[in-house]
Design a protein. Structure first.
Length: 430
């Protein structure tokens, strides 16, 4: 290692999500059958009105305002009012090249600790470490779907009540697929308010709540909550790189500081993408239908895989939104140990090697290395075909086994491969 490497970067590796994506593609390119349940990206195409917007504005070429294109910020503001009954001013919205970049800049400008529930998405902690920030992992319990409770938050805040802190709450959750109830959000908001903890409410999977019932904690602690979202998940546009933060007036000092950093780093977000994104937030029955269909497809697939795994003692929280499951393989612990598998990294390595099924170890999400949990992204299916079918044959009909057979045959084969692999191990030993 070069001595001139910034110590904050030493020891960090390429983000686990991007690494598994690149590895899965490389293995597939070598001709191996790879089931891509490791990386988490939307299987659905970008809605047509948004694609049309990009065609229409492909010629736009000028640098835009640092905070973002005003008509886009106005469209987002109107969308939040209409869809979530959240009032926000266009001036209080910062557009960025992905919410990930904005999360990083937030960590840079805020002087205080980062609190994250364990497990949490892979990038929050490395970003904090890069800017020399202290990371406090908050413990959670599987009995609570691995979600944070108000008591757990209170216990940390009580220890040093005046300490400046940002807490990232991500719901529906990556990696568990679980979300918070109204009561849980209210209780958590009360504690955050009491200790003046700033909340970064990462709602990037909010529009993919499986029953279209996403509720933001901003309703209960508006003055201290920043909402984070973007096009990547619900609009199937991860590669477009467009995210945004919505601030309350009381936190204008943070958006101002972030805009300064933005002006000295990414300048502004791609002009054609910002113009095209306006269509995603305007009232449009076609986009409403797209979302409802995406939600019911994900709900059906998530529930099918969840119950299949559960019936083999591989438990996980029931999915409520997004496209992740967090299966726990501990029922197979001693059998796996006999094969030399004692942690989540080995579990995922062996599984990939033996079956071609890619998952991500829970270790990458902050769990203890010897815990036999992993993240499964149920996105390895043809989203365009699934949407089309949902909008035609299944327009007025519940999704069923035939739908799965047509759209997700390979992904269900992957689940069977996991089960056969585990049970093979049992049979070998018994
Ligand atoms: N938060 C969570 C929980 C995520 O899973 C992701 C993954 N892309 C992001 C934020 C960042 O998304 P983007 O940068 O594409 O807006
Ligand atoms: N958020 C996605 C995931 O968790 C991938 C994109 C990323 O990490 O930047 O798999």
């Amino acid at each position: 290692m070069n001595n001139n490497l910034n110590p904050n970067i030493r020891g960090l590796k390429k983000s686990a999500t991007l690494a598994i994506n690149e590895r899965s593609k490389a293995l597939a390119a070598q001709g191996k059958q790879i089931y891509k349940l490791g990386f988490g990206q939307s299987p659905f195409p970008v809605p047509m009105p948004v694609v049309e917007g990009l065609k229409e504005f492909a010629h736009t070429k000028d640098y835009l305002d640092v905070r973002g294109l005003l008509p886009l910020r106005k469209a987002i503001s109107a969308y939040y009012q209409r869809k979530h009954q959240i009032s926000c001013r266009a001036e209080n919205i910062q557009i960025g090249p992905g919410s990930k970049e904005l999360l990083f800049i937030l960590q840079l400008v805020f002087d205080g600790d980062l609190l994250i529930p364990n497990p949490s998405w892979v990038s929050y902690s490395p970003q904090a470490l890069m800017v020399g920030k202290k990371v406090v992992w908050l413990s959670t319990k599987s009995a609570n779907n691995w979600m944070l409770t108000a008591e757990e938050l209170e216990a940390i805040c009580q220890k040093d009540p005046k300490r400046p802190r940002i807490l990232i709450l991500n719901y529906p959750s990556n990696p568990t697929g679980a979300s918070y109830s109204r009561k849980q959000l209210q209780e958590m908001a009360t504690v955050a308010q009491k200790y003046k903890v700033i909340l970064l409410s990462d709602e990037i999977y909010g529009e993919l709540n499986h029953t279209d019932q996403h509720l933001s904690i901003a309703h209960y602690y508006p003055e201290g909550t920043i909402i984070s979202s973007g096009l990547s998940k619900w609009c199937g546009a991860g590669g477009w790189r467009l995210g945004f933060f919505i601030f309350p007036d009381q936190l204008s000092w943070i958006i101002d500081a972030m805009s300064i950093v933005a002006s000295e780093t990414f300048t502004s977000t791609s002009a054609p993408i910002q113009y095209a994104a306006i269509a995603a937030f305007e009232e449009n029955p076609e986009i409403d239908q797209y979302l409802l269909d995406a939600q019911r497809i994900l709900r059906f697939i998530g529930e099918t895989i969840h119950s299949k795994l559960n019936s083999h003692q591989i438990n996980s929280p029931k999915p409520q939104g997004g496209f992740y499951l967090f299966p726990d393989f501990s029922a197979y612990q001693s059998k796996l140990a006999d094969q030399g598998i004692t942690n989540s990294t080995q579990l995922c390595e062996q599984l990939l090697e033996n079956t071609g099924v890619a998952l991500l170890p829970s270790y990458d999400f902050g769990r203890p290395s010897d815990e036999l949990t992993a993240r499964l992204s149920y996105v390895d299916f043809d989203g365009a075909k699934a949407l089309k079918l949902a909008q035609t044959t299944y327009q007025n009909k519940d999704l069923d086994q035939t739908f799965l057979d047509i759209c997700c045959c390979e992904m269900l084969e992957a689940i069977n491969k996991i089960l056969v692999w585990l049970n093979d191990r049992i049979q070998k030993i018994c």
